[in-house]
Ligand binder design. Structure first.
Ligand SMILES: [Fe+2]
Ligand SMILES: [Fe+2]
Length: 265
């Protein structure tokens, strides 16, 4: 099995499609991943399944590769199950998770917003531009900038797990630009399509960060780096006028008042 652990997951899936199906069952999206340079052992490490579950997964992968049972599955180091009461983060990563909460409140409103608003009208386009301002300012310049310019720099930028996240940010910017252009052209339907695509992309992106990326990063950061990160996040936040953040929060609360608060599902 050791030789397969060192191999590229995309190559393994291409040769043994059953492996891709098994990973999908565990909600490990390697088959849909746009990058694809992770090794099988990277996948196992990043997803950090509890020991028995990891052994079960590896056993099924081994059988998908070699149905005669010839591959020996390595013993898992006996990792504990996730702590009760949800995931625990270091203070700087908890800050990013908390920022996700406000972003998710906006994302949750988008389906109702585009369904009930004529984005081709002056009034509808005005509201939509408020949403775009929130995305560009809070989600991108405030939150994504801390990830891209600070947090991700502590890791090898060539890793798939980082590349995929960066690609999501770029794709999101494309949806925002396209939505803005559609609003300018008075094409409400095209703008709505872009808002919904952005919602789908970013909801999944945040879930991956909260549940997989940040916990993996926390396992790999030293105490010194965690302290440094907090300081550097403080410096980044100080560049942002508090009024601007308050304005962004007001966009979300204003839309919630208009449409009713929603939960991201
Ligand atoms: Fe991100
Ligand atoms: Fe994020």
């Amino acid at each position: 099995m050791h030789k397969y652990l060192e191999q590229n997951i995309k190559d393994i899936i291409a040769r043994y499609p059953g492996v891709g199906k098994i990973l999908n069952e565990y909600k490990i999206g390697c088959t849909a991943c746009a990058a694809g340079t992770c090794r099988l052992k990277d996948i196992v490490e990043i997803h950090n399944l509890p020991g028995p579950e990891e052994e079960k997964l590896m056993g099924r992968i081994a059988l998908a590769i070699s149905p005669d049972g010839a591959l020996m599955v390595p013993k898992s180091p006996g990792k504990a199950a996730a702590p009760a009461g949800g995931l625990k983060y270091s203070p700087p990563l908890k800050r990013l998770v908390d920022e996700h909460v406000l972003i998710k409140r906006l994302l949750a409103l988008l389906p109702r917003f585009v369904a009930g608003t004529d984005l081709g009208s002056e009034e509808g386009a005005g509201l939509a531009r408020g949403g775009l301002k929130f995305i560009r300012t809070y989600a991108d310049k405030y939150h994504h900038a801390k990830e891209e310019e600070i947090l991700f720099k502590y890791f090898d930028g060539g890793l798939d797990v980082i590349q995929v996240m960066l690609l999501d940010h770029v794709t999101g910017r494309g949806h925002v630009k396209a939505a803005d252009e559609a609003l300018a052209a008075g094409d409400g339907a095209a703008a709505a399509k872009q808002f919904l695509a952005y919602r789908e992309l970013l909801a999944e992106h945040i879930k991956k960060e909260d549940e997989i990326l940040y916990p993996w990063m926390d396992r790999n950061l030293t105490m010194k780096q965690v302290g440094e990160l907090s300081g550097r996040f403080d410096e980044a936040d100080e560049k942002f006028a508090p009024e601007l953040i308050a304005e962004c929060e007001a966009v979300v609360t204003g839309l919630e008042k208009l449409l009713g608060a929603a939960e991201l599902t």
